[in-house]
Design a protein around this ligand. Structure first.
Ligand code: GLA
Length: 383
């Protein structure tokens, strides 16, 4: 098995778009290590769209743009590997990529062979310019087979944005992760939208074929050079809520900010080891919603409590206030499977503040500010 927990790493797209080059990748690989991100589990360095020439060579092979990558892709992959990291690249199941570079349609086997030769460990595979005549599942099966037969372990990261009910067929294709939504942008509205689309996907999420909620925007802070637009200023608490949800729901964690110039806030969020441990929990159980006891506005779905039972018997619990006003939210132990007469209660640690509390009287209630969250790791103790 190539991966048993959600993949983690860094990807060029969110911040750099088509402005990528060899130096950026080498420097970011160095930074992944120097900043301590690698030690937290982020190990893939992924080049997204816009790395190739617009034409294939006379043998039908993809060619790296020599202005951006003067020493070719294998050189970059070798450097990334020399640091103990893994290397990823991007292509598309259509005739062209989303950025109008050659796609892998009807070149799946030759491209998989090229990637294997270059030492690629991860392929992000997009959904633009697809032919109307071949269904999405067949297009992904083609590349899935090509990768599985290329002689190298290459993680297959499908990016069909949840279209064509991706979640229903993606596990037939060999994909190790699948994008379930359209592109994220650096704004609270985007975080909230993706969050609210997740619940119906939880049962479809699986170990070895992880639901990819898209790359992290933590630390982008509306950077001027950002490729994706910032529609409104995203605050520290919003980035915290974003990271907490991605971890509780078990999404791959692909950083999208400029890690060469990351601020302390971003670093503190991205390196929260207790949150990462929840994301990476080896049991990979399905998260579930607790209909909150003070949850009058069920319809809006803006106040949310979710839990996920962890491998060692602990329970991760997230209380999310996606609304625009502060709110008291909570849950009953019974909703987690702890009945009144079981003799147990929970000792909880909030994973941003380190604050500890013990639940008395079977109920927990707390005020959560607008756009903020509380995220706990809870252990069972005698009541
Ligand atoms: C699509 C994907 C993005 C990114 C771009 C590149 O929009 O969803 O994540 O890869 O293409 O062009």
């Amino acid at each position: 098995m190539i991966v048993t927990t959600p993949p983690m790493g860094w990807n060029t797209w969110n911040t750099f778009g088509k402005n990528i080059n060899e130096q950026l990748i080498l420097k970011s690989a160095d930074k992944l290590i120097d900043t301590g991100l690698f030690a937290c589990g982020y190990n893939y360095i992924v080049i997204d769209d816009c790395w190739s020439l617009k034409e294939r060579d006379k043998n039908g092979r993809l060619v790296a743009d020599p202005e951006k990558f003067p020493n070719g892709i294998k050189y970059v992959a070798d450097y990334v590997h020399s640091k103990g990291l893994k290397f990823g690249i991007y292509s598309c199941c259509g005739t062209m990529t989303c950025g109008d570079y050659p796609g892998s349609y009807e070149h799946e086997f030759i491209d998989a062979a090229t990637f294997a030769e270059w030492g690629v460990d991860f392929l992000k595979y997009d959904f633009c310019y697809r032919t109307q005549f071949v269904p999405g599942d067949i297009l992904y099966k083609r590349m899935g087979l090509a990768l599985a037969n290329c002689g190298r372990d290459i993680l297959f990261s499908a990016c069909s944005w949840g279209n064509d009910e991706t979640e229903k067929w993606i596990k037939t294709t060999g994909a190790h992760m699948f994008r379930s939504t359209h592109d994220i942008n650096d704004s609270w509205g985007s975080i909230k939208k993706i969050f609210m689309e997740q619940e119906r996907l939880h049962p479809m999420n699986a170990q070895g074929c992880f639901n990819d909620m898209d790359m992290l925007i933590v630390g982008m802070n509306g950077q001027k050079e950002s490729y994706i637009p910032q529609l409104s200023a995203t605050t520290f608490n919003e980035y915290k809520t974003h990271f907490s949800a991605w971890c509780l729901f078990g999404s791959p964690l692909m950083i999208g900010c400029d890690i060469r110039n990351m601020n302390e806030d971003a670093k503190n969020i991205l390196t929260n080891k207790e949150l990462i441990a929840i994301d990476q929990d080896r049991a990979y159980r399905q998260p579930y919603r607790l209909d909150s006891i003070l949850h009058w506005d069920q319809a809006s779905r803006e106040r949310n409590v979710y839990a996920r039972h962890l491998e060692n018997g602990d329970i991760a619990i997230g209380i999310f206030n996606l609304g625009d006003t502060d709110y008291a939210l909570g849950f009953n132990l019974d909703q987690l499977g702890l009945s009144r007469i079981c003799g147990k209660t929970l000792k909880m640690k909030e994973l941003w503040t380190g604050e500890e509390s013990i639940i008395k009287n079977e109920t927990y209630l707390t005020k959560v500010e607008a756009h903020d969250c509380r995220i706990y790791r809870a252990s069972l103790i005698d009541a």
